[in-house]
Design a protein around this ligand. Structure first.
Ligand code: EPZ
Length: 424
């Protein structure tokens, strides 16, 4: 298991380009199951979760070819009848987002069998809303032997209200409804930019979807979907991570190729705590000259502050003046980075879904353990800001969602190296 070796402190400075969004590319890949025609996806990040989903798509009879210009071209390789309609446990257990093939498989094949994702480091994360949404469209849903089995001759349009805004839940039901008979009205939907990006791809394939990005989405079902070419949006979480790194190290970083609107919840917060935020055709520039002031934060569904930047924000608050209370409202177990930050000298008190960060505290380098994707990004930023050497273990978590992180950090001046640990 490779590790990151980081020597700090370093002031991050320079320009960095945002990769395509993992959480937009995953549903886009799943959506290719809805058509026989080729779909060309550009700006797909080269990260492990994408490779896992491509492996699943190949298992389901698709081909997934990388073109010289970096585009991924997905097309049906084997006739449906000769293809599996099952997402096996071995693949789903490594990445819960595999559940995103459920809606498209059911809509396209009339039946699908997908392994239940099981628990996750940051929370229980059930998929009951996905299933209720598909049932509302007329699907039969059965759980057996750790699998969800679904069946429907043809899905029918319906009105369905999610109990809570769920990102992949909205995406799964949206994809299914695209091929349903009649009109579907989805209420209390997730409004994340990744949901909007998926709707844009589906509409480019011939779907009739309106209202993506709002609480209510309307889908007029069509008989079939066709070929499309689509650019995946920029990764606001990856980009936001580098901007938080800039603030935390009193640096000066310009993020290129990212959307100011998608990053607004973070940029507003950075300005509020005392960072200088400039946006323009050049990109989004964040720099800090003086002291940062602590500020409380609640995570929330978009357009609230994203839970996927909560860990990085906690690391930032260790360098701000005052006490910040951070409330994690989305996942019930997403403070596992706190004890690791405390190993580096941070003063954090966790109580249920709240954490109080007292700052500023000088961080010192240490050996730390990554527990999930965003917690590992938080520890890498802390290592860059800390005095001395930090070794971040289990960076396989990081590789799930950050493309070439050590290279991007090195281009901003960080002294970070990958320690390759040969398998025993
Ligand atoms: C997506 O997960 C993202 N993953 C997550 O990013 C992100 O943290 C999350 O949305 C919230 O923004 C992808 O897009 C692949 P949810 P998702 O369904 O869709 C509860 C990362 O770091 N819920 O919006 O699984 C759920 O337990 C990852 O890149 C139900 O109870 O999250 C949670 O408390 C981590 N029943 C809340 O809703 C359901 O059927 C929101 O979860 C579905 C969700």
């Amino acid at each position: 298991m490779d590790k990151f070796h980081i020597v700090g402190p370093t002031r991050l400075a320079g320009r960095v380009r945002a990769s395509g969004a993992k959480n937009a590319a995953l549903p886009a890949l799943a959506a290719t199951l809805l058509t026989e025609e080729p779909v060309e996806l550009h700006r797909v990040p080269r990260v492990r979760d994408i490779r896992t989903l491509c492996r699943l798509l190949v298992h389901l009879g698709m081909s997934c070819d990388e073109r010289e210009d970096g585009a991924l071209v997905l097309r049906r390789d084997k006739p449906i009848e000769a293809s599996a309609d099952e997402a096996p446990y071995d693949l789903v257990k490594t990445m819960r987002a595999s559940v995103l093939v459920l809606g498209p498989l059911l809509a396209r094949y009339g039946h699908a069998r997908v392994s239940l994702p099981g628990g996750c480091a940051i929370g229980v994360r059930p998929i009951d809303q996905h299933l209720k949404g598909l049932e509302a469209l007329g699907a039969e849903v059965r759980l057996s032997h750790g699998y969800v089995e679904t069946r429907a001759d043809r899905l029918r349009g319906a009105r369905f209200r999610f109990d809570m805004p769920t990102v992949t839940g909205t995406e799964n039901v949206l994809m299914a409804a695209a091929l349903a008979e009649g009109t579907t009205v989805l209420e209390n939907c997730a409004r994340e930019p990744e949901v909007v990006d998926l709707a844009n791809l589906l509409n480019a394939m011939g779907a009739r979807i309106s209202g993506a990005g709002e609480e209510t989405i309307v889908i007029d079902g069509v008989r079939g979907l066709g070929a499309a070419r689509h650019d995946i949006i920029a990764d606001r979480i990856e980009g936001g991570t580098y901007l938080i790194g800039a603030a935390m190290t009193r640096g000066d970083v310009t993020l290129e190729g990212a959307s100011t609107a998608d990053l607004a919840p973070l940029l507003d917060k950075l300005a509020e705590i005392g960072a200088t935020v400039e946006t323009g055709p050049e990109g989004i520039r964040v720099r800090v000259d003086g002291d940062l002031q602590a500020s409380d934060l609640d995570t929330a569904p978009h357009p609230g502050f994203p839970t996927d930047l909560q860990a990085q924000y906690m690391a930032l608050m260790t360098q701000a003046h005052g006490v910040a209370t951070i409330r994690e409202t989305i996942f019930e177990n997403r403070f596992q980075h706190a004890p690791e930050l405390m190993r580096m000298g941070a003063d954090i008190r966790v109580d249920g879904n709240g954490a109080r960060v007292h700052g500023p505290t000088p961080l010192t380098g240490a050996g730390v353990m990554a527990t999930d994707l965003r917690a590992s990004a938080c520890l890498v930023l802390a290592g860059v800001a800390a005095e001395g050497e930090t070794v971040v273990d289990r960076i396989y978590h990081l590789e799930r969602g950050y493309e070439s992180m050590e290279l991007k950090l090195q281009s901003l001046g960080a002294r970070v190296a990958r320690w390759v640990v040969p398998a025993a």
